[in-house]
Design a protein around this ligand. Structure first.
Ligand code: PLP
Length: 474
């Protein structure tokens, strides 16, 4: 492709992107296709000769777009968001143009040094004290794995990597049942074994782990000759937003000298608002904390902010420096690949730098405050509806509810609500997902999209009510 053709297509892609985002609210939120429908439209074999860009680009609209679920839709209230923003998109475009592989300081000093700087901005933005060093990981799953590997090595006096785990002590990890499945996965990969992920019961309105039960369990394990290695606390669990009492949990961690990792993947972004920081009180005593600007801080996936108190423990665990990766003749730099599972890394700091500078911290706070306020407002509306129940109170911008019309039997309600979620998502005006809470099927509602307005929240609710009424009639 020559430069002028490239320029024309780059412009076309930019125009396409702006038009797409301007009109995304008119599309059904969740893809309305059957399994295999897209696959069947794709040729069985690759083209031997190059095809015109015009044809490729028109197939994007014809073949691909019908199979997209629109994550940047203003009425996307499913899962947790993966929100984004124009400054982040522009930075991603430039990042793609640079196509730099930023594994070492010398493979792009600016990428490393910008990362160090913006991670320190983020640290200040969420109110973590100095003394934490940050690194951008590919995902919260990757950060949690890095943390649990570090905890394992710390518990083994940094001998596990060299000797392997066979014949060593039994290491234990403690968490409530509200933590994300990435914790279960990290426990497997790091070699602890499923049987050593010990579930601590939860109490109270925030569904947080009981610190006394945690303390008693750790003591009993020690007496039984097991080695407590890590506690994973959640700040905003995925199902209903559960928050562990971090201060009390951190006190137990210190008492027993156990590594504490805090998973704040979604809720961490809200900590830029000082009024929500009660939820993270005590996080300054954690060894490690992760949150995802790629969820709720208007920054494209992937961008996971991982803060650690002792980076040396992390690099002693993950850092490997073969001769071909040595940087000769330089001192005093960081090679971030030694902080992460993968060697290769994209230039992910650039989009954060664009987002934070373009909005400024106050505007970012304002958007998150709106999301929380609208979620609370809608939760109150639903609590007052005779045919609906609020099943969990809002934690930040997430709550759950279910349809419970008079006369419907308790057993039928799970099936009725499952049908309701399906109908809502087939309808396309909004997109919601479900979870189980206290043994019941409940519907999650979470506000976090960049372009969502209060009207979108209320329109989505009007659609839910209308569809629910039709469900009973039909
Ligand atoms: C989304 C989520 C994760 C996983 O995030 P990835 O970045 O996709 O790995 C982990 N923990 C919590 C609480 C989450 O909400």
């Amino acid at each position: 492709m020559d430069d002028e053709t490239f320029r024309a297509w780059a412009r076309r892609a930019a125009d396409w992107s702006v038009d797409y985002l301007a009109g995304v609210g008119e599309r059904p939120v969740r893809a309305q296709v059957a399994p295999g429908e897209i696959f069947r439209q794709l040729p069985d074999t690759p083209p031997a000769a190059g095809e015109p860009m015009e044809r490729i680009f028109s197939d994007l609209d014809r073949v691909v777009m019908p199979g997209m679920t629109h994550w940047q839709h203003p009425r996307f209230f499913a899962y947790f968001p993966a929100n984004a923003s124009p400054p982040s998109l522009v930075a991603e475009f430039v990042t793609a143009a640079l196509a730099a592989q930023c594994m070492l300081w010398q493979t792009s000093p600016a990428a490393t040094e910008l990362e160090t700087r913006v991670m320190d901005w983020l640290r200040q933005m969420i109110g973590l004290p100095d003394g934490f060093s940050g690194v951008i990981q590919d995902s919260a799953s990757g950060a949690t794995l890095a943390a649990l590997l570090t905890a394992r090595e710390r518990a083994l006096g940094f001998t596990g990597n060299a000797k392997g785990l066979a014949g060593g002590p039994t290491l234990r990890v403690y968490a409530s049942a509200q933590v994300h499945s990435s914790v279960d996965k990290a426990v497997r990969i790091a070699g602890y074994g499923d049987a050593n992920l010990v579930r601590i019961p939860v109490t109270g309105l925030l569904h947080g782990m009981d610190p006394d039960a945690l303390d008693a369990t750790i003591r009993a394990d020690r007496e039984a000759g097991l080695v407590p290695a890590a506690i994973v606390a959640c700040l905003g669990g995925t199902s209903i937003g559960a928050c562990d009492p971090i201060e009390a949990v951190a006190a137990v961690a210190r008492r027993h000298d156990v590594f504490l990792h805090v998973d704040a993947a979604w809720a961490g972004s809200a900590m830029i608002c000082p009024e929500f920081r009660d939820l993270m009180r005590g996080a300054e005593h954690a060894d490690s904390l992760v949150f995802n600007p790629h969820k709720w801080l208007f920054t494209h996936f992937d961008c996971s902010a991982h803060f650690v108190r002792d980076p040396k423990a992390l690099t002693d665990t993950l850092g490997i420096r073969p001769p071909f990766l040595r940087t000769l003749g330089q001192d005093g730099f960081v090679d971030y690949n030694e902080w992460s599972i993968p060697l290769g890394r994209r230039f992910r700091a650039l989009k954060l730098w664009f987002v934070i500078r373009s909005y400024g911290v106050e505007a970012l706070r304002g958007m998150i405050r709106d999301h929380v306020a609208w979620a609370r407002e809608l939760a109150e509306v639903i609590a007052a509806e005779p045919d609906f129940e609020l099943t969990t109170e809002p934690i930040l911008s997430l709550f759950t509810f279910r349809y419970a019309p008079a006369g419907a039997g308790t057993d039928d309600l799970d099936a009725l609500n499952a049908r309701l979620v399906e109908r809502i998502n087939d309808d396309g005006r909004t997109y919601l997902t479900q979870t189980r809470h206290d043994g019941r099927f409940v519907i999650r509602f979470q506000v976090g999209q960049t372009t969502t307005t209060r009207e979108d929240v209320m329109m989505a609710w009007a659609a839910v009510k209308e569809i629910a009424a039709g469900l009973r009639a039909g």
